[in-house]
Design a protein around this ligand. Structure first.
Ligand code: NI
Length: 227
């Protein structure tokens, strides 16, 4: 399942992020790639320990923590601190799959990547290329979203970033370990939650069927979640 959210950062916040990132120190992205993906990765990244990366990353995490759509879809147990990358001058990241297990050194934690997220910080009109192409069971999907929008996709997917041939493409990206590891189970819970929300909006608060369905949601979550 591939989900997009168009309201993660508002325009003023994107502008603030872009200004902070323009003045930050960027390093060769290949230094952080695994041995297989190093050969296909040509971009720049912010040092994870830089004050700018930490400050902006925390800002993103705070907003996601209050984003009902994201929380319902991802059911996050643990989120990797957001990283920042920049592609320009033909920069690309060839087809690869993200590592399954990530180390969060600062927090002395390990994370299983169930979901990958890319938050776009550059408007699509400001660069050519730079599509995030994700392999799905229904074929490859090319994702290029407005600044402030985010895509969420299964970390098990093969994906690539096509060459940026004009301008520059700046994004934040990170991984999520979900409380519900099984993707199909997580998708069912998300569908059920959305239907309950939609029914609730046009019913009375004491509607017995909605209370019962909410019970079903929580009892499924109790069966399927690991916390
Ligand atoms: Ni990747």
């Amino acid at each position: 399942m591939l989900m997009t959210y168009d309201d993660v950062l508002d325009a003023a916040t994107v502008q603030r992020f872009r200004e902070a990132l323009a003045g930050a120190e960027w390093i060769d992205g290949a230094t952080t790639a695994g041995s297989l993906s190093r050969a296909v990765k040509r971009n720049q990244q912010l040092d994870d320990r830089s004050p700018t990366a930490i400050r902006l990353g925390n800002d993103i995490l705070r907003r996601l923590g209050a984003h009902p759509g994201f929380l319902s879809a991802a059911l996050p147990e643990r989120i990797h601190p957001p990283k920042f990358n920049r592609y320009a001058g033909g920069g690309r990241y060839g087809v690869h799959v993200d590592g399954a297990i990530m180390r969060i050194a600062e927090a002395n934690l390990t994370l299983r990547s169930d979901l990958s997220a890319t938050l776009f910080l550059t408007d699509p009109g400001d660069y050519d290329g730079g599509e995030l192409r994700i392999e799905t069971p229904f074929g490859a999907q090319a994702v290029k979203l407005p600044a402030g929008s985010m895509v969420l996709y299964p970390s098990s997917s093969l994906h690539e970033v096509t060459p940026v041939t004009r301008g520059e493409r700046v994004c934040a990206f990170f991984w999520i370990q979900s409380m519900v590891r099984d993707e199909a189970a997580r998708a069912l819970l998300h569908d059920l939650d959305r239907s309950i929300q939609s029914l609730s909006a046009r019913s009375t608060p004491d509607d017995h069927d909605i209370v019962a369905l909410t019970g079903v949601y929580h009892n499924l979550l109790r069966r399927w979640a690991s916390v």
